[in-house]
Design a protein around this ligand. Structure first.
Ligand code: IPE
Ligand code: MG
Length: 239
């Protein structure tokens, strides 16, 4: 979700104004993902590199997370959404941590949309974390790809089918590096506060037309109706 700061600057507002506007967009996209029946939606809200931003901006981002959780709690519960945070939240204010733990607990048994906020997240550190935990649990054993999958922060998120980056930069910026091996990538110039449900749907439709071969010659999966179909196929192929 990139481009908040530039969006605000273009309008002669402070950067944090862009984050405030951007957080409203988060709600609309979550709702749409839920309506579309998408299995998992992971939003990159705060990277481990974002800690180096000015303290006031960091505090605004914390605050917006807190507000989002308070505002969306009822809807998350009502819609069977499974909410989780992926990343290091140890530096968040106590009341935010409490709210997160509460909502994660309350939705642990939910079977609908897997809604994950990557917060204080970095993919390299996630991979190192997985390797270390595996080694501790299996001293002297060689690690397989399946082992690594199993020891990631949230293993059941599986592989990423589609990665969307807003804001015009064509970078991955340490996001789910292991899980995006075969992801379709979509980069849009739209800055996050201007991102709409219409564009979200358009991107999914565009990507659904691309043929995914997973390195094979014949198509093994085609995203025809929506991304879930591909994810199910992928699972069947892997066994
Ligand atoms: C939002 O956009 C990303 C977050 C860290 C929430 P930015 O704050 O990176 O905005 P730009 O890239 O400076 O425009
Ligand atoms: Mg940015």
């Amino acid at each position: 979700m990139d481009g908040n700061g530039r969006w605000a600057k273009q309008r002669s507002h402070p950067r944090v104004w862009g984050h405030v506007r951007g957080s409203a967009v988060v709600s609309t996209i979550v709702e749409e993902a839920d309506n579309l029946g998408i299995e998992a939606l992971t939003m990159y809200a705060f990277s481990s590199e974002n800690w180096s931003r000015p303290q006031t901006e960091v505090r605004v981002l914390f605050n917006l997370l807190f507000k989002f959780l308070k505002k969306e709690r009822e809807r998350i519960l009502k819609n069977n959404i499974r909410f989780r945070i992926m990343g290091d939240v140890s530096n968040l204010p106590e009341q935010t941590k409490k709210l997160i733990a509460q909502l994660e607990g309350e939705t642990a048994h939910h079977t609908g949309l897997k809604l994950t906020f990557a917060f204080g997240y970095g993919a390299r550190s996630e991979i190192a974390y997985a390797v270390n935990r595996f080694m501790k649990a299996n001293p002297g054993k060689e690690m397989s790809e399946d082992d690594l999958n199993e020891f990631l922060m949230i293993p059941d998120l599986g592989d990423v089918d589609l990665l969307i980056r807003t804001g015009g930069d064509h970078r991955v910026s340490n996001f789910m590096l292991w899980q995006i091996a075969y992801a379709e990538m979509f980069f849009t110039e739209t800055k996050w506060p201007d991102f709409t449900v219409t564009e979200f749907r358009f991107i999914i439709e565009q990507v659904a037309k691309r043929e995914r071969r997973f390195g094979a010659i014949a198509p093994t999966a085609n995203l025809e109706t929506n991304v879930i179909v591909a994810r199910e196929n992928q699972r069947l192929i892997r066994g």
